[in-house]
Design a protein around this ligand. Structure first.
Ligand code: AMP
Ligand code: MG
Length: 418
């Protein structure tokens, strides 16, 4: 099929095609230190209540509330990790420190600031209530309670909770292995001085950052030339070791654009053109894994591979990454939430539409009273990376000749909040 013969697919349909073909990767149990930033693969249920014992919230005295207003004999001390083993009878108390176990017989704690200490006696104020100043067992969470839900990313709080409940390892989804390659004879490595007609390969670095940010395990494969056999060899070798291939460049209809025909020859191209600006030549293919010599289901990583051929223009490559690749890589890792969050924003500029394609315009946001107001980042040329620099959101402008007038409130895809 000639590249130009690929049907122009709606953005939503293309995104759905991609996700339909995207597998959720297997589960591995990793130590807490390695679980940070990963996605929990199973619900986490509390095996025990927290706190496990009645735990003092303050420094003071553990007493019976019915002894309010009386001088009490101090029997000893209950410090954190050093419980008092006796029982509080009528007319007695123990010193208690924050985190100490409330001794048997006591039903409240009086803050040290509220008592009068006289030798081995302590005078407690009137009007004590049972349950004062300590955390009852299960007050924070109860045994059997679902504490974390599968599909959540593990951050500070989640890892802390897991540790508090006694889990040294957590089940998480495997991270996708991604091979990243730039294509184009005009490209030179960053740090080298480009000759006439050459440009520095910047997409590989931008995409490396985007891939890392979304949690991929990336292998950088450098720059592939616009030469069919060399490109094929690089791609075939790369696919052996990864779940996903991401390339940039070489997907337009020029005679040097070799990625589509290559993917077509290796597997199936599901999306060859999208009604998207920037990013019309976006290409998505699946490639069968090399046949396994072993019978039975394919091993992890031995399944169909995904290939994303991103357009060469820097903004096109990053916008198509946002729209198609990022949700797919999140799905692979088991994220419950695949898409960026959206918020209503008021346009501060007249957004012109493109006749035949949905345009994803880059905007900055600012607060005005209760509202978020969107301002264009300037020229939306697909070569102008500055249109994405500092952008807080993407605004979808439907195709047609209408556009969207300044003052209209639209739903924005949030990349970062101001
Ligand atoms: P292509 O999709 O290969 O036709 O590339 C379109 C344009 O994108 C090229 O003319 C370059 O200006 C630019 N481009 C392609 N690859 C890269 C890259 N890796 N880094 C920066 N710009 C690129
Ligand atoms: Mg090229």
């Amino acid at each position: 099929m000639r590249a130009s013969a690929y049907p122009l697919v709606e953005v939503a349909a293309a995104a759905e095609l991609v996700l339909d073909r995207t597998p959720i990767l297997g589960v591995e149990r990793v130590a807490l230190a390695h679980s940070i930033g990963r996605v929990l693969a199973e619900d986490l249920v509390a095996p025990a209540s927290l706190p496990a014992f009645p735990s003092s919230a303050v420094d003071g005295y553990a007493v019976r509330s019915a002894d309010a207003g009386k001088p009490l004999r101090v029997l000893g001390e209950s410090a954190a990790g050093r419980p008092f083993s006796g029982t509080i009878e009528w007319g007695t108390a123990t010193r208690i420190l924050t985190g100490g176990v409330l001794p048997d017989g006591a039903d409240c704690v009086v803050m040290v600031e509220d008592v009068e200490e006289q030798g081995d006696l302590v005078i407690v104020p009137a009007g004590l209530r049972p349950g004062q100043n300590f955390h009852a067992p299960g007050a924070d969470l109860r045994a059997g309670e679902r504490v974390l839900t599968a599909g959540l990313q593990l951050g500070a709080t989640e890892v802390g909770l897991a540790a508090a409940l006694g889990f040294p390892r957590l089940p998480v989804h495997r991270r996708p292995r991604v091979a990243l390659m730039s294509t184009g004879d005009e490209l030179v490595e960053v740090g080298k001085k480009p000759g006439r007609g050459q440009i520095v390969d910047s997409n590989r670095w931008a995409l490396l950052a985007a891939l890392r940010e979304v949690g991929a395990d990336v292998r950088g494969l450098g720059i592939a030339p616009d030469e069919p056999e060399a490109l094929r060899q690089l791609v075939v070798d790369a696919l052996r070791e990864v779940d996903v291939l991401v390339t940039s460049g070489g997907v337009s209809v020029g005679t040097h654009d070799l990625v589509k025909p290559l993917l077509e020859s290796l597997g199936t191209v599901h999306v060859g053109r999208v009604k998207l600006k920037p990013g019309k030549p976006f290409t998505f293919a699946t490639i069968p894994a090399p046949a396994s010599p072993h019978p039975g289901p394919p091993p992890e990583g031995g399944r169909e591979k995904l290939a994303f051929g991103l357009p060469g223009f820097p903004v096109s490559s990053l916008v198509t990454f946002e729209v198609f690749v990022r949700p797919a890589l999140r799905k692979m890792q088991g994220f419950a939430q695949l898409q960026r969050p959206t918020l209503p924003v008021r346009l501060a500029y007249d957004a012109r539409a493109t006749a035949d394609r949905t345009e994803y315009q880059r905007v900055t946001l600012r607060r005005e009273g209760q509202e978020l107001v969107a301002e264009t980042t300037g020229s939306q040329s697909s070569s102008r990376l500055m249109s994405l620099a500092g952008a807080h959101a993407l605004i979808r402008i439907p195709p047609g000749d209408q556009g969207i007038k300044a003052g209209t409130t639209v739903e924005a895809m949030i990349l970062a909040l101001p």
